[in-house]
Design a protein around this ligand. Structure first.
Ligand code: GNR
Ligand code: NI
Length: 185
């Protein structure tokens, strides 16, 4: 297993539409294992392959709380086959948009169909945080970020902040990460 680097906005690769996995082979299993290790290390409750610059339709999740038994999930080609009519609002974050959090409204419950790590077709009924995180991850496979679900004003504000941080990083200047310099917000 190996830790992989997580890419952040404005990296254009995060806008790619990821390609379906043709079969669950050893490479796919290694990808799933590396993604779980990278997600736990971050730490995060979900990760899509494109966040480690791999444009494949693979996501991992674990919404178990600290101290609870881990519940790792690895899904290939996940598709939501049912959305509840009820919605819920949750304050989301994203490892590719570090330290930014905003409310997003999504269907409260979903049913997903996917290929498991063993190649079997499975279905998953999700509610609560798992439903939110699963929709967030499937969005990544389509090049969609949670900031696409917030107001344009807020989205443009956070986007510009990360563009400036990337520019400072490229120029090698001090305070290159937005965490260390919020004066330009
Ligand atoms: O770690 C994460 N937490 C989170 C919180 C609320 C809604 C979605 C998420 S997913 C995020 C990890 C991530 O960026 N996955 O793509
Ligand atoms: Ni994310």
């Amino acid at each position: 297993m190996a830790l992989r680097d997580i890419i952040i906005i404005p990296d254009a690769r995060l806008r790619a539409v990821s390609a379906p996995v043709e079969r669950i082979d050893d490479d796919t299993k290694r990808l799933m294992d590396d993604m779980l290790e990278t997600m736990y290390d971050a730490p995060g409750i979900g990760l899509a392959a494109i966040q480690i610059a791999v444009p494949k339709r693979v996501v991992v999740l674990d919404v178990a709380r600290e101290g609870e038994e881990p519940q790792p999930l690895a899904l290939a080609n996940p598709e939501i086959v049912w959305f509840s009519p009820e919605m819920r609002v949750y304050q989301e974050g994203c490892l590719s948009i570090p330290e930014y959090f905003e409310d997003v409204e999504r269907p409260a419950r979903v049913r997903a169909r996917y290929l498991g790590r063993d190649g079997a077709v499975r279905e998953l009924d999700a509610d609560g945080l798992l439903a939110t995180a699963l929709q967030h991850e499937i969005d990544h496979l389509n090049g969609v970020l949670f900031i696409d679900h917030i107001s344009r004003l807020k989205r443009e504000r956070v986007w510009k902040k990360f563009v400036k941080a990337a520019r400072r990083e490229a120029e090698g200047g001090p305070h290159a990460h937005p965490h260390h310099d919020e004066r330009e917000m």
